[in-house]
Write a protein that binds this ligand. Structure first.
Ligand SMILES: *Cc1c(COP(=O)(O)O)cnc(C)c1O
Length: 355
């Protein structure tokens, strides 16, 4: 159990207006959770304090060698006023996997969950209630040793900030156009692709800019060795429905293991749909498209939950999936997962945790 010190803000901010579209990641709540690490003391001085800038030495290691991790999950307000988290233990387990990979000291799982719950409770009034809205929770850890040398830091800061977010698709699910990247790669097995760390995103920026210039909203990565097996989308995992089967790349060490990905797989299995986690050659997708057996394509991730894919572009081939429309399972998965998150659907798999 953490012994959390509280310092409530003396100047609460105005809550966003009820009709504020709440653009993702732009507004932050009144408080944040902070905890420090030093080698001798371990994780200590847990506190919930007013949301504020942090002061760091310019030589802090995070600025130079990128030792940092993050997580992303959401809190939802149910119609009867409860606050629910969606599978937070999966995020916490993944956070510690990331920590181990990039030499950050682990945080005990129960302390991590307590920190999330307490800070969410503190700013509960900030959880929006309109359909599709939620409170995005962003825990992260940074290396703070003032030292210009390459080694794991001896000191860290663990911070949790909160941001009310609007519906990703305010007008209902809207299929996205995806660029299949054949020049740059995101990650390779043995690297840090399966860790949730900023470095993976830096590696992706160049390609994202190129895709945007071409009129595509996201990038689909191929494997870094053969440049032909499908990995994932920028911040989403990817699924295909081919000839009645749900197919998704197997976790191979360079793909981020999404909590939403796991939830999609569990639900499809519940529904009796065949699910295959395996290597997928991009040529197989092109062939399925040409044969007419490529029935649906969708991405999965915390921000959008399910993102139907309307178009894929690989080299000179443009694949228009379902004439750009929304697939049956994309919609059903979206409705079921958001229904569970909002406490409207029966939580048969025991995924929600009340704050
Ligand atoms: C966070 C993330 C995902 C999605 O994971 P969820 O737990 O479903 O939100 C997918 N890919 C990358 C690279 C990510 O960082």
């Amino acid at each position: 159990m953490l012994n959390i010190r509280y310092e409530k803000t003396a100047t609460p901010k105005e809550l966003p207006a009820k009709n504020d579209p709440l653009k993702f990641g732009t507004i932050f709540t009144d408080h944040m959770f902070v905890m420090d690490y030093e080698t001798v003391k371990g994780w200590h001085d847990a506190r919930i304090i007013p949301y504020q800038p942090i002061s760091l030495d310019p030589s802090a290691m995070v600025f130079h060698y990128g030792q940092e991790m993050f997580e992303g999950l959401k809190a939802y307000k149910t119609e009867d006023g409860r606050v629910l988290l969606f599978r937070p233990n999966k995020n916490i387990e993944r956070a510690n996997n990331t920590n181990r990979r990039i030499c950050i000291p682990e945080i005990p799982e129960e302390d991590f969950l307590q920190a999330i719950k307490e800070v969410v409770k503190t700013d509960e009034a900030w959880i929006p209630t309109k359909p599709g809205t939620s409170l995005y929770i962003r825990p992260f850890i940074i290396a703070t040793d003032p030292f210009l040398g390459v080694r794991p830091s001896d000191t860290y800061k663990f911070i949790i900030i909160l941001s009310p977010v609007g519906a990703y698709y305010p007008e209902g699910l809207d299929p996205v156009k995806i660029w299949i990247e054949d020049e740059y790669v995101r990650a390779v097995k043995g690297g840090i692709g399966e860790a949730k760390t900023g470095a993976n995103y830096v590696a992706s920026l160049k390609s994202q800019v190129k895709a945007h210039e071409e009129g595509y909203s996201q990038v689909l990565w191929l494997d870094g060795v053969n440049r032909k097996y499908i990995e994932e989308v920028g911040a989403m995992n990817i699924f295909f429905k081919i000839d009645g089967k749900i197919v998704t790349p197997v976790l191979n060490g360079s793909i981020l293991p999404g909590v939403t990905r796991d939830s999609v797989i569990c639900l499809c299995k519940e529904w009796g749909l065949p699910v295959e986690e395996r290597k997928i050659d991009i040529a197989e997708i092109k062939k399925a498209y040409e044969d007419g057996t490529l029935e649906e394509v969708f991405g999965s991730g915390t921000a959008a939950v399910i993102s139907p894919v309307g178009q894929l572009r690989w080299e000179d081939t443009i694949m228009q999936v379902r004439d750009g429309g929304i697939g049956e399972y994309s919609q059903k998965l979206y409705d079921t997962i958001t229904g569970i998150q909002l406490g409207k659907e029966k939580d048969i798999l025991g995924w929600t945790v009340e704050v």
